[in-house]
Design a protein around this ligand. Sequence first.
Ligand code: SF4
Length: 730
Amino acid sequence: MDIVFSTFNARYSHTALALRCLPANLGDLHDRSVIVEFDNRLSPQAAAEKLLAHDPKIILFSIYIWNLVITYETVAILRTLRPSLKIIIGGPEVSYIYADLLIYPLIDHLVCGEGEGVIEQLCRDLLVSQASRLPCPSSVLQASLSPCLNPVPQASSLPCFNPVQEVRQSRRKNIPHWTQTDCTYFVTFRLADSIAQSRISEYKELREKWKEHHQPPCTESEQAQFDELFSERVNNWLDEGAGACILCKPEISKIVTDTLTHFDGEHYELDEWVIMPNHVHTLVTPLPGFELKDILHSWKSYSAHAINKITGQTGAVWKHESYDHIVRDHEELNRIRLYIRNNPAKAGCSAEIRQGKRDACDTLAVPQASRLPCLESSLPKVIEAPPADLKHIALPYDEYTDEDIAHRRIYVETARGCPFKCEYCLSALEPNVRFFPPERIFPMFGKLIERGVRIFKLLDRSFNINTAHAAAVLRFFLENRRDGMMLHLEWEPERLSPVLEKLIAGAPPGFLQLEVGVQTFNAEVAARIERPLDAEKVEAHIRTLAALPSVHLHADLIAGLPGETFDSIAAGFDRLHACGPHEIQLGILKKLRGAPIARHDVEWQMVYNTSPPYDVLQTATLNFVDLQRIRRFARFWDIIVNNGRFPETSKLIWQNLPSVFGAFMEWSEWVYQQTHVTFGFTPARLAQLLEQFLTEQRGFSAKTVRHAIDADLAARSPVAKGMERQTRKR
Ligand code: SF4
């Protein structure tokens, strides 16, 4: 097979939907492709062997937080064995921050975003380039670049930061500026009313804290840290669309467009630019004899004058200070181009946005006769895939094999994107919610039901975000269900419309597995990370849903969020437990690559593991030891409570005690002191430990404890019961 789609799943029972979406959209190349999935236990050597057995020309890997390391090791082997093999990667773990990854230099292409719209053309171009690997004339090269690939342009001849050349540092309005001759700058300027006063106060406060620890002149790494902390934060605020947003008006954005482009090629070279509703981003290279500050001054003063003339206003149009940043290298150039290009989608702009894009062909310097690039190097390394058109892309469900259906979990989706911006989550960076038309997906789901699928796991980020859509999907599954069928949904806990509640209440027992992300009950922390929280509503909805026989409710909390303390985690856990969910998962915060939560790193002294899964190790308000205690607590809660093995006995752990969290933490600490491990327990060993703890530490009579344990064992198979009793006696 010429093309292999591959990934490492967390378990054999999982399937990767993304891997099936790509071959479904390969057109007539589909029959030259195959899906090869592994689980994480396979060695990289064995995976490489299985992949090469297909004698592929192209291998595509889908990368997630759990498989980054093993994918890297596999790619390293493949690259050594088959240098000419084309290796493409994609997936959330590599879509936002990738240049520092060990895998990045080893691969040929990275597809950022949803790959359906670009995959066929990319594979076609690579197969052609492999068939003809001789240097080729530039005309062929340009013809081969498919416009629909929407590539991030090749790093062009634009000048970037030169580490050995003199750098001039200055501070205007407390913002550090670096300048250097012959450089490209990323510049942002904004309307005078573009950021709310409360944000400005927050910004000033943070900046003061920063200045306490960073005296000028700042080093390159301090400058980078400043950029990460402050410019990203300000950009996010700008995207909130505060102020009058007059740049939305066509006549005003035209003035700014004309101003920007007026001296393009004479005083400066413009690269990508975008005029957002309340700010402007551009990449600009001053030409010899022209200074960035003068260019900015002339842009702002000329356009302000013209805008005031149209609006009849007087006074400042633009905020006096602008943000500028020297582009360090070509990787960064590409990243900034992507940022500018995606800014309207990221901000969810519905207005018509004026944007200047560099065409890929324009960015290639006219080659010298002796330096003609070959065809294969003409494709950009990083390809920005635009959001897929859900009305037209081919659907992936026929890619599920009979073996998948018989033995593995089947994932489907009815929507993509999320309206929320929780900062620990990469969905916060995706475009707004888009729905698959029901008339496209329902017939496919019907076929899967006929083929015997029993458990449908929907990947929709917040299933219930749109009542009409969610109700239509629920009705479809209820009307077409077979006995024993189940739906697994991610549920946004603040919303429970009467329509959906009625539908759920009418579903058969156990039909729905709902996963609700509560994450924190601490209002300050929730606001800090942009997580919506109406705690009373969340509690009420969880109580209602958990009480319905049709629902099995799993609720998530996150430990280690910026500013969250041990006590507030304990209080949140108790509050959630009182609502009666069937399972509580207390997860540890992970810093996903590119997630906006990074902006809190300095202020809240967030220390993360440097390897996947980048879990938090300590924060300003939660030390390492307490986080370790919480990790163990979560593990023991899983194996004692969540898996339903000791429903009666576990209640004795917290019976008559004021805090479930506090009581279970005591058990967790005790069992760890006895065993020094958190894994490898048989049910019988757990029963033995519970018996000892409850009698010796809690003072229950042996009879009471034995009664509870026997009641729990009675619900288990006779063989298991016998074995557990024997072990306890010993
Ligand atoms: S955590 Fe959930 S609600 Fe928040 S952005 Fe991510 S998917 Fe959306």
